[in-house]
Design a protein. Structure first.
Length: 255
């Protein structure tokens, strides 16, 4: 299968899916989202694949959702959070029967940070940064809203999403968002080492363990509904304009 916005390659028994829009800082567009879903299907169907690794081409994991076309951005979220279609890229990644590892090689912001959060394990380069920055741009982080609190607690999740603070890989490790921090240039070595540890577990036992741990995951429809409301608001317009004009947004009575 050929892809235009991602790269798919095998490293031993790991299927490596790489965001491949370095000129756009690996921003996640509708095409990227759909190709990730197809790549996960490909990996799930391949008996030679034990693990799925998600990473970014170049020095950036992902700068977040591509809002250059708001209509396509909204369509992307609709498709990603449509639990009824059975074709959601997000659900395919979250509920893959195979262990998934996010190899965060640079900054992971907004929807990029959310894609890392969708994986079972996050391994970050010491140079990586994380930021759930949707609200500062007049948007929301639809997946982080329903999942981040499960990983790091409600208070810390609300703080990170509402302040849009960017944190280092070491801080992400300290609060339990990241499993391992790798020295610069050694990220894939750490990924391989983690895969080596997990190879000792039987595939079927691994699959059912994931299913049980993930059994209560939900909230997708509500999150997509809120995202759509926000994207149609004046705040979303102001956030986008402020970002393009490289200034702080003016909320409330200042707009």
């Amino acid at each position: 299968m050929e892809f235009e916005t991602i790269r798919y390659e095998m490293i031993e028994d790991m299927a490596v899916i790489r965001f491949n829009r370095p000129d756009k800082k690996n921003a996640i567009s509708l095409d990227v989202s759909e190709e990730v879903g197809k790549a996960v299907d490909l990996a799930n169907e391949d008996k030679g694949v034990r693990f799925i690794v998600l990473t970014g081409a170049g020095e950036v994991f992902s700068s977040g959702a591509d809002f250059s076309d708001p209509a396509k951005a909204m369509e992307m979220i609709r498709r990603e959070f449509d639990v009824k279609s059975g074709n959601s890229p997000v659900l395919k990644l979250v509920h893959s029967p195979k262990p998934t590892i996010a190899a965060v090689n640079g900054y992971a912001l907004g929807h990029g940070a959310e894609y890392a959060l969708m994986c079972d394990i996050i391994i970050a380069s010491e140079q990586a940064e994380f930021g759930f920055i949707g609200p500062v741009r007049g948007a929301v982080c639809p997946y982080a809203m329903i999942r981040l609190a499960d990983e790091i607690g409600r208070a810390r999740a609300k703080e990170l999403i509402i302040t849009c603070e960017r944190i280092s890989a070491l801080e992400a490790f300290r609060i339990g968002l990241v499993n391992k921090v790798a020295p610069a240039g050694k990220l894939m070595d750490e990924v391989s080492a983690m895969a080596g540890k997990m190879r000792r577990a039987a595939p079927l036992a691994t699959r059912y363990t994931k299913e049980v741990i993930n059994r209560d995951l939900g909230g997708y429809e509500l999150s997509a509904e809120i995202f759509e409301k926000i994207l149609k608001s004046d705040e979303s317009v102001e956030g986008a304009v402020a970002f393009l004009e490289k200034r702080n947004p003016r909320w409330y009575d200042e707009i």
